[in-house]
Design a protein around this ligand. Structure first.
Ligand code: HEM
Length: 406
């Protein structure tokens, strides 16, 4: 193993367009110098990016690394949660016992069994979207399919009108992008106010007239059982809505781009549809949506792979880099839909392991199955190098658009 690196990377390196287009080449270069790299954040804060699988996996369960924002340096709190209580008090930003309490309140709705019962409805939504695309002969697979599918499903589950989904898309894009400038922070504050007002209205409606949906169930848990605060209720709904937006969308988009640019793999999947569940795990490893949005905060001075991490240090595990670690995967830069034993970290690891993983896997299976069987001629409508990644410094890896023809 190389000696721990002493080099510090400038904060901007992860915001550069080159990194946005292809983080893996840069990670490969960094990997030669060690598994953990210090990044100079503004205002004297140091962040550490963990890029290998072994230490990444360990960091995700290390009890010295907390998720609670109370452990975050002030600068980071400003950039991520300023004016952001709508998001701040959710399970993903909490440690036990709050985390356990908040996760338990909604976990029952996301088990593999409960999720499986949604399959017929997911198929129905998928078929309707494919009907429209097929009739047009061409589509932006992101706008016309990958986005509306999971958002419609999560809206129905929560009890949020999916007609408002254009607003949610704008809001969630804003909420997942750290606001490092005053202007960005002001814009984000405005989005927060809008999100708070929107959910407060829906919560009020359900208080007056409960329905058979998750908002009503959470309102009951709050009002009759006192199991969560009003802010936690708001934060849980916001988290679930965002998680339903920015992740599965990009599993479908990134996975489809990977297939369309690897025709032999696409052919193999068409010939052997039983490979699909494994192929979805491979898309998650090869081009997972949650590239490095996995912040944790050191609650004491510690070391990761020999690199000193001081108390208050921000640690983010790059799940995307872990998926390309040659120590963990053979030929990590090769897309291989027949890969087995795919122990990627794309859904995280430990107590914060993705609550929606069964839902995301089910949506992806139905989406790819339907796209491949009903649109046999699907192909890119532009040269592969013109397909653009989102380059706004977001911690999520996804495309701006995916133009296709059938
Ligand atoms: C947590 C990825 C879809 C709900 C996480 C984490 C990751 C992740 C990496 C852990 C972050 C960390 O430890 O810091 C993904 C990916 C998805 C996906 C790649 C799609 C392909 C979904 C969906 C939902 C969801 C559809 C629900 C509607 C959640 C929730 C948490 C979470 C609630 C927080 C769990 C906790 O803190 O205990 N997800 N997610 N995710 N995800 Fe997902």
């Amino acid at each position: 193993m190389p000696e721990p690196t002493t080099e510090r990377l400038p904060f901007e390196f992860m915001l550069s367009p080159e990194f946005g287009r292809d983080p893996y080449t840069e990670y490969g270069r960094l990997r030669e110098r060690g598994p953990v790299h210090a990044i100079d954040f503004p205002r004297g804060v140091t962040a550490f990016v963990v890029i290998d699988h072994e230490h990444g996996r360990q960091a995700l369960t290390d009890p010295r690394l907390a998720k609670g924002l109370g452990h975050a340096p002030g600068f980071f709190q400003d950039a991520v949660v300023r004016g952001n209580p709508a998001l701040a008090r959710n399970m993903l930003n909490s440690d036990p016992p709050d985390h356990t309490r908040l996760r338990r309140l909604v976990a029952g709705a996301f088990t593999a069994r409960r999720t499986a019962s949604l399959a017929p409805r997911i198929q129905e939504i998928t078929d309707r979207l494919v009907d429209t695309m097929e009739a047009a002969g061409e589509a932006d697979l992101l706008d016309d399919f990958a986005f509306p599918l999971p958002i419609t499903v999560i809206c129905e589950l929560l009890g949020v009108p999916s007609a408002d989904r254009a607003d949610f898309r704008e809001w969630s894009a804003s909420l997942i992008t750290p606001a490092f400038t005053e202007e960005a922070a002001r814009q984000r504050d405005a989005v927060n106010a809008a999100v708070r007002a929107y959910f407060a209205g829906l919560i009020d409606e359900r208080r007056r007239a409960p329905r058979d949906d998750m908002i009503s169930a959470l309102v009951t848990a709050r009002d009759e059982e006192g199991l969560l605060s009003e802010q936690e209720l708001l934060a849980t709904l916001t988290l679930l809505l965002i998680a339903g937006h920015e992740t599965t969308v990009n599993l479908i988009g990134n996975g489809m781009l990977a297939l369309l640019t690897h025709p032999a793999q696409l052919g193999l999947l068409r010939e052997r549809p039983e490979l699909l569940p494994g192929a979805i795990e491979e898309f998650l490893r090869y081009e997972g949506p949650v590239e490095r949005a996995t912040f944790r905060f050191a609650t004491e001075d510690m070391e990761i792979a020999g690199v000193p991490v001081p108390k208050g240090g921000v640690v983010h595990v790059s799940l995307g880099a872990a998926g390309r670690d040659p120590a963990a995967f053979d030929d990590p830069d090769t897309l291989d839909v027949t890969r087995t034993g795919n122990h990627h970290l794309a859904f995280g690891h430990g107590i914060h392991f993705c609550l929606g993983a069964p839902l995301a896997r089910l949506e992806a299976r139905i989406a790819f199955e339907t796209l491949l069987s009903r649109l046999p001629g699907i192909r890119l409508a532009c040269p592969a190098e013109d397909v653009a990644w989102r380059l706004n410094g977001s911690l999520i890896r996804g495309l701006q658009a995916l133009p296709v023809r059938f």
